[in-house]
Design a protein around this ligand. Structure first.
Ligand SMILES: NC(=O)c1ccc[n+]([C@@H]2O[C@H](COP(=O)([O-])OP(=O)(O)OC[C@H]3O[C@@H](n4cnc5c(N)ncnc54)[C@H](O)[C@@H]3O)[C@@H](O)[C@H]2O)c1
Length: 469
C-alpha cells in the first residue's frame, strides 16, 4: 500500500486496526484521512470484502464518502489475518467488542480471544510493536490483564512489545466528525517510547494529547460516559417537572447550558439514553466500584432512573392517545438516535413492547435501521409481545394510524408534511424528542404532544402559596 505524501516530518509508523465495527472503522478512516497509512483486520470475511470495495455494512453520516476516498487513496487497506496486520503495522489498536456480561461486568471474552490471536501472530518477531487498547475496558485491565496475557502468548517482553491505552470518545451520529477532530486524545502509557509513537501517529490531528497512565486513561473513559449519562438523566428528570409546571424543556436546558460550568451538550431530554455504551459502561463502573468496596450511590441510580424515563415515555403515549387497546400506532425512528443505524439498547424496543402489551398494533419505520431493528426484535427473549408491521416508507406507517410516535429525530420526520396528517385516522404526533420545529407544532393539521413540554393550562400546577414574610 502507498504510504502517503512525503512531508518534511519523518514517515509515520503504519497503524493497524483490529476490529472494523462502528468504532474501529471510524478510527481507521480518521487515521487514513490524516495521512497515516492504515491497515485494518476484522474477523468477519464479508465485512473485509465489502470494505475493500468501498462499501460499508453500517450506516453513519459521512462514513461512506470517507471510506471510498480512503480506499481509493490506498491509505486504508484491509488484510485477511493477524499475521499480515502485525507484519505491516507498528502500532496496533484493538477495537474489539467489550459487551456487557450478566452481572454488569464487561465480558472480556472477545478481547482475550483477540489478544491471544494477536499474541500468536507476534510470536517470534523481533521488531518493536505497540499494542494499544482502544476498546472500553475497566480501569486496570490494560496493565493487569492485557499486558501479561499478550506477553505470555507472544513470548516477548517490554523490550520489543509495548502496551498502551487510548480510549475512544466518539459518539455515533457524529462519529466521522468526532473521529477526525476529537476535542482531546487521551493516551495512557507507561514508557517514553510508547508516548513517542502515539504522538507520532496523532501528529496531524488538531487535538490536544492528554498523557496519563493506562489506568487513569481507562478511568477517564468511564467517568466521561457516566457523566454524560448523568447529564441526559438530569435533563430527563427536569423534563418531567417541565411537563407539570408548564414549560418547554429545550428552552429551560438552553438557559441552564449557557452556563459554561454546565455546558449545552447532552441536556436533551428524551425517552432515556440508549446505544451500546452508556448503560454498559455505567453498569461496569458501578460493578467494579462494588467489587472494590467503594460506595457509589449516584452511579448506582443511573440505569434504574433511565428505565423510569422510558416507562414515562410510554405512559405519555398512552395518555395522549387515551388508551391503546385496539389502536394502530406508527413508531417512527428505531435507531437509538438519529444519524446511525445502530439499534443496540435502542429505547424503541422497550417502548414498542410496552405499546404492544397495552393492545396497540405498531407500524414501525426508520430511514436506516429497519433491518437491524427487525433482527434485534426477533432476537428478544421468547414470550415477549409481538405483532409489528415493518414499513419501508413513512406513509405506509402512518396509514390509518391513531397516533405517530417520534422516537428518533431523523431530519425526514422534522418537516411533517400536511398530507401525512391526512393519511392518519387521528392526526396526533407524540414527539419524544421534540423533533418537529416550533413553527410546525401549531400548524393546525395535527395535534402535537411533546415529551418535556407542558401544555399551557392543561394539568399544569401552580406552586402552593407559602407564608408571606
Ligand atoms: N460504538 C461506539 O460509539 C463506541 C464509542 C467509543 C468506544 N466504543 C468501544 O469500542 C469497542 C468496540 O465497539 P463497537 O461499537 O465498534 O463494536 P462493534 O461490535 O461494532 O465492532 C467490533 C468489531 O470487532 C470484530 N471482532 C470481534 N472479535 C474479533 C477478533 N477476534 N478479531 C478481529 N475482529 C474481531 C467484530 O467482527 C466487529 O466488527 C467497545 O469496547 C466499545 O465500548 C464504542
Amino acid at each position: 500500500m502507498a504510504h502517503g505524501r512525503r512531508t518534511r516530518n519523518p514517515p509515520r509508523p503504519v497503524v493497524g486496526i483490529a476490529g472494523l465495527g462502528y468504532m474501529g472503522l471510524a478510527t481507521a478512516l480518521a487515521f487514513a484521512h490524516r495521512r497515516v497509512p492504515t491497515v485494518g483486520y476484522d474477523i468477519r470475511p464479508e465485512l473485509r470484502q465489502r470494505l475493500r470495495s468501498g462499501r460499508s455494512l453500517i450506516y453513519e453520516k459521512g462514513l461512506l464518502p470517507l471510506l471510498r476516498s480512503e480506499v481509493r487513496s490506498h491509505r486504508f487497506g484491509v488484510v485477511d489475518g493477524w499475521t499480515e496486520l502485525v507484519r505491516q503495522a507498528t502500532v496496533i489498536f484493538l477495537c474489539l467488542p467489550s459487551p456487557r456480561g450478566p452481572t454488569g461486568r464487561i465480558d472480556l471474552g472477545p478481547i482475550e480471544q483477540g489478544v491471544r490471536e494477536l499474541g500468536g501472530a507476534l510470536r517470534g518477531g523481533t521488531e518493536f510493536r505497540l499494542v494499544v487498547m482502544k476498546s472500553t475496558v475497566v480501569p486496570g485491565t490494560t496493565e493487569s490483564i492485557v499486558r501479561p496475557l499478550l506477553e505470555q502468548v507472544a513470548g516477548r517482553d517490554s523490550a520489543t512489545l509495548g502496551v498502551a491505552s487510548n480510549p475512544e470518545f466518539l459518539a455515533e451520529g457524529s462519529m466521522v466528525h468526532d473521529a477526525l477532530d476529537p476535542e482531546r486524545i487521551v493516551v495512557g502509557v507507561s514508557g517514553t517510547r510508547e508516548a513517542r509513537l502515539l504522538r507520532s501517529v496523532y501528529r496531524d490531528f488538531p487535538s490536544p494529547l492528554v498523557v496519563l497512565t493506562p489506568t487513569e486513561a481507562e478511568l477517564v473513559k468511564y467517568s466521561s460516559n457516566a457523566f454524560l449519562a448523568l447529564k441526559v438523566t438530569f435533563a430527563n428528570e427536569i423534563s418531567r417537572v417541565a411537563e407539570r409546571v408548564g414549560g418547554d424543556i429545550d428552552r429551560v436546558m438552553d438557559g441552564v447550558g449557557r452556563d459554561s460550568r454546565v455546558g449545552p451538550k447532552f441536556l436533551s431530554a428524551g425517552p432515556g439514553f440508549g446505544g451500546s455504551c452508556f448503560e454498559k459502561d455505567v453498569a461496569a463502573l458501578t460493578e467494579r466500584a462494588r467489587e472494590l468496596g467503594v460506595p457509589v450511590p449516584l452511579l448506582g441510580q443511573l440505569v434504574p432512573a433511565n428505565g423510569a424515563q422510558t416507562r414515562h415515555a410510554a405512559d405519555l403515549v398512552r395518555e395522549a392517545v387515551g388508551g391503546l387497546e385496539g389502536t394502530s400506532i406508527a413508531l417512527l425512528g428505531l435507531a437509538f438516535k438519529a444519524g446511525t443505524d445502530d439499534v443496540r439498547e435502542s429505547r424503541a424496543v422497550p417502548i414498542a413492547e410496552e405499546l404492544v402489551r397495552a393492545g396497540a398494533t405498531l407500524r414501525v419505520h426508520d430511514p436506516a435501521a429497519l433491518d437491524n431493528f427487525r433482527t434485534i426484535w426477533g432476537q428478544r427473549e421468547p414470550g415477549g409481545p409481538d405483532g409489528l408491521v415493518f414499513c419501508t416508507t413513512v406513509e405506509e406507517a402512518l396509514d390509518q394510524a391513531d397516533a405517530a410516535v417520534i422516537q428518533a429525530a431523523w431530519p425526514a420526520y422534522r418537516r411533517w408534511l400536511p398530507r401525512w396528517s391526512r393519511l392518519m385516522r387521528r392526526p396526533l404526533v407524540v414527539d419524544l424528542r421534540r423533533a418537529l420545529p416550533e413553527r410546525l407544532r401549531h400548524r393546525g393539521d395535527f395535534e402535537w404532544v411533546g415529551l418535556g413540554v407542558g401544555r399551557a393550562g392543561e394539568g399544569t400546577q401552580a406552586p402552593a402559596r407559602g407564608p408571606v414574610p
